[in-house]
Design a protein around this ligand. Sequence first.
Ligand code: BGC
Length: 814
Amino acid sequence: MAETPAHRTLADQAREAAVEAALGALDLDDKTRLLSGQDAWTLPALPAIGLKSLVMSDGPIGVRGVRWSADDPSVALPSPTALAATWDPDLARRAGILLAQEARRKGVHVLLAPTVNMHRSPLGGRHFEAYSEDPYLTGRIGAGYVTGVQSGGVGTTVKHFVANDAETDRFTVNNKVGQRALRELYLAPFEAIVENAHPWGIMTAYNSVNGTTMTEHHHLVNEVLRGEWGFDGFNVSDWTAARTTTACIEGGLDVAMPGPQTVYGAALARAVRSGEVAEAEVDEAVRNVLRLAARVGILEGAEPAVTELPEPVDGEALAQEIARRSFVLVRNENDALPLRPGKVALIGSAARDARVLGGGSATVFPAHVVSPLEGLTAALPDGALTYTVGADPNTELAVADQGFELRAVCRDADGNVIGTAQVPNGQIQWIGDDLPDGVTHDRLHTVELTGTFTPRETGPHTFGVKGLGAFTLTIDGTTHYDDVQRPAGDDPFQAFFGAPVPRARPELTAGEPVDVSLTHVIDLPEDLAMGGVSFALAHQEPQRDAGELIAEAVEAARDADTAVVVVATTERVESEGFDRIDLRLPGRQDDLVRAVAAANPHTVVVVNAGSPVELPWREEVAAVLLTWFPGQEGGAALADVLTGAYEPGGRLPTTWGSLADAPVTQVVPTDGELPYTEDVFIGHRAWDKHGRTPAYPFGHGLGYTDWTYESVEVEGSSVRVRLRNSGERPGREVVQVYLAPSEPDPERPARRLAGFAGVEAAPGERVEVIVELPRRAFEIWDEMSASWSFVKGSYEIQVGHSITDRRLTAAINV
Ligand code: BGC
């Protein structure tokens, strides 16, 4: 039996006894079966020991459930970058409570979240899905989130352990990371979350670190995570990341997902019988899974970790609150915001078709979305708002959505219908055996996406096909494509993440529905590791003359008191599965902003992007508000903030600057290797080291009031800060505490974020806050002794509003 960690309570001990009893009742085949997914999202039930099937689901902004379908919608919260921008671990905890509530509603026991990889480079494709470039902030937000989810009796898998910071060749890349960087940056959030939130799970990444793939990393999993940190949860592979039997079990991997074909199950039982693997190793993994099952309440005879559930949460209200608390006002010249009374010209394609979440496994299907257009229409007086598109960033085909009413029809080889399913949009994503009711792989021959499309615009509409294999595309009775799409690379997820190919360009009339049909003959390439069915119908609106669109917007802006331009990235820019190649806004959006700003001095730009984009016009506009991927209530939250009903509460969790200045831009491996040559200098540490000035620094963000920092005192490890709301409105300030070694040391960052706290005050009110400095803020990882080393000496405590807006200092000697 595993050593009993000191923090185990009596209830933990009782649960451990139940786990041991259950383990003792299992034979080798059942044990190894339990370590292998039975399908895309679940582990098998073992009724003989009273164990129900464990269900897992993505994560992190909602709970999709076991189907890629709109049938069972989920609340969609703002992107993880947004959550981090609140700098509020308690709000992250409340988000977690809501997600646990959603999980329970859907019968999900483990949420595949949070993502706590680092914003190493702004080019990372899943940047929107991680929190920050700062390990301390990441750890605090992640710990809040995990605490919240687990307080609702639902498990988490902190992911992706470790150094999964970019997407290019993510299945095979060997990230070469120095020990200091590994400890101080990439492992640090995992360590903090293990220490402060005791997660019940971890997900090991696809990539290798220093030559060993993470699902087999004995040192980092068994010695560091479990040994040094005392992690007692389960370790699940990222989907298809487990590639070997013996090396995985010896590397501390408990569960191989997805099933049914994995390297565990029967293969693991065989390895034990042949003497290659000790049964004790299997037992240890089973123990970890049974402990998880006990915690989430699906092992008979074991008391769940949570017996009293938190109060129910209103998901829509919380989504709206997090969104407005996350919006970062980076520029507000002459108090351009809140909006002055008068006419508002709302401009931008994303103002109407909001981008509320990022692409890939983080996708969930909300029951509704409030766009900026809807939010502002509801909030402003009748007749105050006009809308023009201005520019269409969808310069490429995207999954068919707006105007499409589609369902999937499954047929056998004789053409008989064997099942149907509602689909949320043009994407079919049936992973493993997750097929519509009544449909099995052996009978399924074709899937037809069929329904209608009602165009919003008259003109040539482009239709495309994403996926591999044979397709027939018919629109309004005409067959435009009937051929085979072949693979271009070896990524098993290419059918999902690859680019759609244009296949038809019919002339259509606004408001006149046409029949559409895309039929796919199922003929899986043998190496498609996930199995299942994945393809999409893609669409692009007629491309109107870009100059005309801009001219219309300029006209509207001229007639208004304020112009609000919403600019955005697209699903082809920010998604799991690929990295970005630049940080530019797609299409003619930059030209649009410049033209509108020239026509109206009160131009407010709303940036709807999950991660940094370049804002080359930022000095030409009155205000810039970053709204991330704001989740389903984003438009309502935007109206709250623009009208001044609430102040925007966010502070940058990551530096925003141009690609040319960005310190770390290498995300493409050479010969399979990606060296992290920048060592411990990423994010603000690197901007500072290189003496470069970003567009907006780490920690920056304006509210609608002002703050005067009055005093800072240090007593032991406590930093006491007094400040006053010196503006005219109530507000919230994030007091940031940085620690700078007094003697510059080229090996160490000039300063690090050592603590922060949110305070609220009415106009004129004074508040005091105490921030505790963690010991780790004074430590560096010493490679020679392979241990943390406390660096004695004198430091400056720097307190203020952002990493560059430091208002007060105090000296400290340690
Ligand atoms: C992603 C994980 C996700 C899993 C299941 C993987 O491709 O990297 O973050 O949890 O799929 O959807």
